[in-house]
Every structure is written in structure tokens, then in C-alpha cells.
Design a protein around this ligand. Structure first.
Ligand code: ATP
Ligand code: MG
Length: 360
């Protein structure tokens, strides 16, 4: 009734304001310290110097969360080695040689994986005063698409830093605490969760919180050579200074409202069976991408297991970022979205308590 809704409004707003504040406070505590960032940058420089003794023309660049603005305390370091010379060693040989070198010259625990689908060297460092939890680092080679998708996510983070970063960082912590952030165990990578958030803010929210950077017209004509990498179109509008003055979202929802709505959407509304979340093109059909679960035929068993949760990579359009998610994995993830939705829908008396329960 009129009377009830009038009485409920202020408390509803108060809850959103409280929860938003709690979310900011919660993620701020979990950001990396400047000291940690400095140590990581020094590690990168040291590794780059060492790699140059094998490949003088190489550069070691940071990607993933350390470079896209979505980094939490003690997150791992993703490094990519680019080699500018024409004649270079194969990734397999480089991984083997670099593994040997790092084993000899550094205190890192070294694990070269020269024969992996994407050859990498895995490194870890034991805890020290500057890095109480040590460091974990992967070095890959020539992964230029990953550098580009990192830059895309960073641009999205910069358009509306408060709302985007708070949401993403909270969901990363939440998914780790709830143990649904392990592609090796059939759930979704951090990268996958970040794409779901961007998809939600660009395509589900109306009015949108973020523009679609991949569909904005370029300021000046650009040639195909300048936009394509390994056959994929990696162009996106990246003039963030300009965007910050020109883009204005008509959506003023608070972080709390967006989070609640995000959980509700992925608990209830997203069409897991037929839909593909694409930050480039919105909601697509699995059938249109050839990613359908053909339940009637065991011949498609493999594709069925790979395409339970479909998230299109922003550039590698034939790559499903959610392909590691198993039948159990999707059941668990969706169950977690429902649980979170339920906890927040009750609008508990104290937002802090709700957050604690959410991540318990
Ligand atoms: P965390 O802080 O949890 O390590 P992160 O942002 O570094 O999170 P990761 O899942 O570690 O996210 O991914 C790091 C980077 O590796 C991503 O930004 C992306 O560039 C690349 N990447 C990871 N997974 C995939 C994938 N399935 N497909 C394509 N690129 C990926
Ligand atoms: Mg990472």
C-alpha cells in the first residue's frame, strides 16, 4: 500500500547507502600496498634483465590484474615476454633456457612448462618482510592478445573507477572466498568474472553504466593492419581522457544496487542454456556461435562439457572464456549467485554483517 511503500523507501535507500559504503571500505582494505607494487615492479625489472641475457631484443610486460586496475593484495603476477627481433628462439626453447637460468641465478622456485598449450615459466618466491605472502608469477611469450584485453579492461575500469572497480574487486574476493574461482577445478577464472561484470554494465543495465568501447566509431579512419592482431580485430576506443569528458551515464544506481542486481541477473535471468555473454555484442545465441549443448548426441560430449557457461572473449571471438566450467561448476556458481541474492534481498539490519555473511 501507499503507506507501506512510503515508509519502506527511506530505509531501502539507507540500506543501499550503507552497503555501498561498506563495499568501498571492504575493497580498499584489500588493495595492494604501494610497497607490494614497488617490489613487484622490481621483480619485473630483474627478470627482464635476466631474460635479455638470452634474448637481447626482448621486453617483459605486465598484464592481468597487476596491469588492469583490478589487482588485490598478493595477487599473482602475469608477465609476457615480447621479442622484437626477427629470428628468435621458439617459446619451448625459451621456456627451457629461461627456466635453467632463473634456477641458477635467482631465489625463485622455478617450474618451466615448455610443452604446455601456451608454454610458460612458473615462478614463486618465499615470503619476505616486503612480501609477507611471497610472490607467484607466470611468464609467457608473445601473448599480445592478452596485453590488449588487459588494456581494454583497464580502459573500462578508468571510465567509472568507483563503481566498476568496487564491483569487480568485490566479486573477485567473493568468488575466491566462496571457492568458485578455479578454472582447474571446473569453475571460472577471475578474467571470466570481470567479463561478466563488464557485460552486465554495458548490456544488461539500462541505461548502461559503461559505453561499448569496441563499437564506438574511431576518431579517424584506421587501416586493417592497425586493428588486427593474429587475425583478430583488437580495435577499441581507447582515448580515455576524451571519454571521461564525453561519456556520461544516465544511470545513477549505487554500487550496492548494481551488485544486488548483478547477483539477481546471474542467479535468475541469464539464459545459461542458450546464451553467450559477449562484451562486444551483448547477449548472443550459442547456436549462432556453434557452441550449443547438443544433449541428444554423445558425439558432442566434448563440446557440451566445454560450453556450459559461454563467455565470448572480447577479441578471440572463437574462444569461450568459460570453457573450463563443468556441469558441477555451473551448478555451484549459480547456487552461489542465488545465495548472495538471497542474503542481500533480505536487506539485513546491518550491511557489514551482510557482507561478512556473503563472503563467509
Ligand atoms: P587475479 O588477480 O585473480 O590473478 P587477473 O585479473 O590477473 O586476476 P587472471 O584470470 O589471472 O585474471 O587472468 C590474467 C590475464 O590473463 C587476463 O587479464 C587475460 O589477459 C588473460 N587470460 C586469463 N584467462 C584467459 C582466458 N581464458 N582467455 C584469454 N585470456 C585469458
Ligand atoms: Mg592474474
Amino acid at each position: 500500500s501507499e503507506h507501506v511503500s512510503q515508509r519502506r523507501l527511506p530505509s531501502r535507500h539507507r540500506f543501499f547507502a550503507d552497503l555501498s559504503q561498506c563495499l568501498f571500505d571492504f575493497v580498499i582494505e584489500l588493495l595492494p600496498t604501494t610497497e607490494e607494487m614497488a617490489v613487484k615492479e622490481n621483480v619485473r625489472k630483474l627478470l627482464e634483465r635476466l631474460i635479455r641475457t638470452i634474448e637481447p631484443e626482448s621486453r617483459l610486460l605486465s598484464f592481468g590484474s597487476t596491469a588492469n586496475g583490478f589487482s588485490l593484495r598478493n595477487s599473482d603476477m602475469d608477465l609476457c615476454c615480447l621479442i622484437d627481433s626477427e629470428e628468435r628462439l621458439s617459446a619451448t626453447d625459451l621456456v627451457t633456457m629461461l627456466g635453467d637460468l632463473l634456477e641458477r641465478e635467482t631465489k625463485f622456485h622455478v617450474k618451466p612448462l615448455p610443452h604446455a598449450r601456451i608454454p610458460i615459466v612458473k615462478l614463486s618466491l618465499d615470503p619476505s618482510p616486503g612480501l609477507p605472502l611471497g610472490i607467484a608469477c607466470d611468464i609467457g611469450f608473445e601473448n599480445r592478445l592478452a596485453l590488449e584485453n588487459t588494456r581494454l579492461l583497464m580502459c573500462y575500469a578508468m571510465i567509472d573507477p568507483t563503481r566498476v572497480r568496487t564491483l569487480v574487486l568485490f566479486l573477485k574476493v567473493w568468488s575466491k572466498r566462496r571457492k568458485i574461482n578455479s578454472p582447474y577445478k571446473g569453475t571460472l577464472s577471475s578474467y571470466g568474472y570481470v567479463l561478466l561484470v563488464i557485460y552486465f554494465l554495458v548490456h544488461v543495465k539500462n541505461p548502461p553504466i559503461l559505453p561499448n568501447l569496441q563499437q564506438m566509431p574511431p576518431l579517424r579512419p584506421i587501416s586493417k593492419e592497425d586493428t588486427h592482431l593474429a587475425g583478430y580485430n583488437t580495435w577499441f576506443f581507447d582515448d580515455i581522457e576524451l571519454l571521461r569528458t564525453r561519456w556520461h551515464s544516465d544511470n545513477n544506481e549505487s554500487v550496492a544496487e548494481l551488485l544486488i542486481d548483478f547477483f539477481r541477473y546471474f542467479a535468475r535471468d541469464f539464459s545459461y542454456n542458450t546464451g553467450v555473454a559477449s562484451i562486444r555484442a551483448g547477449l548472443l545465441k550459442k547456436t549462432a556461435k556453434g557452441w550449443q549443448n547438443d544433449l541428444s548426441s554423445s558425439r558432442y560430449n566434448d563440446s557440451r562439457e566445454r560450453n556450459r557457461l559461454c563467455i565470448e572473449d572480447p577479441f578471440e571471438l572463437d574462444f569461450n572464456v568459460g570453457r573450463c566450467v563443468t556441469k558441477d561448476g555451473i551448478y555451484t556458481i549459480r547456487g552461489e549467485f542465488m545465495r548472495a541474492s538471497r542474503i542481500l534481498a533480505n536487506r539485513p539490519e546491518r550491511a557489514v554483517v551482510a557482507l561478512a555473511e556473503l563472503c563467509a
